[in-house]
Design a protein around this ligand. Sequence first.
Ligand code: PLP
Length: 428
Amino acid sequence: MSPNNLRTERMDDTASVYFRTPLSSADPDVAALVASERNRQHQHIELIASENVVSRAVMEAQGSIFSNKTVEGYPGARYHGGAEIADALETLGSQRACKLFNAAEVNLQPHSGSQANLAVFSALLEPFDSVLALDLKSGGHLSHGAKANISGKLFTIHTYGLRPDSGFIDLDKLADMARANRPKLIIAGGSSYPRALDLKAFRQIADDVGAYLLVDMAHFAGLVAGGVLDNPVEFADVVTTTTYKSLRGARGGMILWNRDDLSRSLRSAVFPGVQGSPLLNMLAAKTVGLGEALQPSFRQYAEQVQRNARALAGQLSADGLSVVTGGTDTPLMLVDLMNLDMDGQTASDKLAAIGITCNKNLIPNDSRSPATTSGLRLGVSAMTSRGMVEADARQIGSWIADCLLGRTVSPQAVRRDVKAMASGFDFY
Ligand SMILES: Cc1ncc(COP(=O)(O)O)c(C=O)c1O
């Protein structure tokens, strides 16, 4: 058979079907689920603090041709061929991240926030070294040394907590714990701590005991990028973040630092330490998101997020709910249900029935288990991306308080109002 015949045989209809058939015809089952999820997001008010709504451009980059490319290593030193364009992409993304957060170096490859944290642990520590982190029950994160996480199995974890009277981090106890346990690493930041961190105090405590300071800014990175909160990169030895919460980019993680002496170990801790090849399509989408965060309009977004969060927390309190610490500086807040005789699961189910999506969450001194909890975590990053402002946040706060305090006469009628409001804001 001649090479020409071979080509004719291969270039049959199957190939063009493979490359040209859209999802709707190729897999109607999945296409229908995508359409349903799109409608759900459009018609509900999304208050899950770890969510946001990415731009069409970020979405497009995620589904781009970079999905096909495999590289290992870093720009200029890849294991696989054909990496020149991938190199240009990763270099561009890294330049944008460094500019945005005023950092000397960044690693954009972590597949998630947890992977970023694991890489930092393995770069800075030896097994069984001691770490001091915010207790999970007080708002810490699983990847900061929880028993169920690999970080809690490999390292010796000590935890600090909150002041029982205020719900703010107890810096005095933190300093005592640091002196008593001499950790090699102190972690600031968490998944449900609503207040700005006292970065100067954390730095001082870490210096006093000769510990590294890691700030995990996952929840408030967008407010740092928008100039609303202090930049942890100026205080910490290493900063980790997710890229998809308030930063409003693609799903994934990122590590930033200024210290030259840590560069080698941080780079090799990500690859080959805890990961293989990066998800280049996600790296492309992260790069688009970082470009957006460098625009002046992102500053307005970040400022609006903080105003919306404060408006929502204020309304919840005014309408009779208890908000941990009395408010928030970040995109998220915690509602304390302890006095309502209602657990977090029941509360989030009730809100789901009126079209408001959020998650149950442990609160300080919670008497219930993580499966039920006595709190709710609410975040405003996603609703702000839809275009909602303070008046909307206040309306949502009233709906939530009425629902949880048993003042809603007709949940069906409120569901209709919520749907009308959510659907009225622009979407894809
Ligand atoms: C503070 C913090 N760090 C890390 C993570 C982990 O991110 P991922 O779920 O992408 O692993 C989260 C997730 O919500 C978080 O809140």
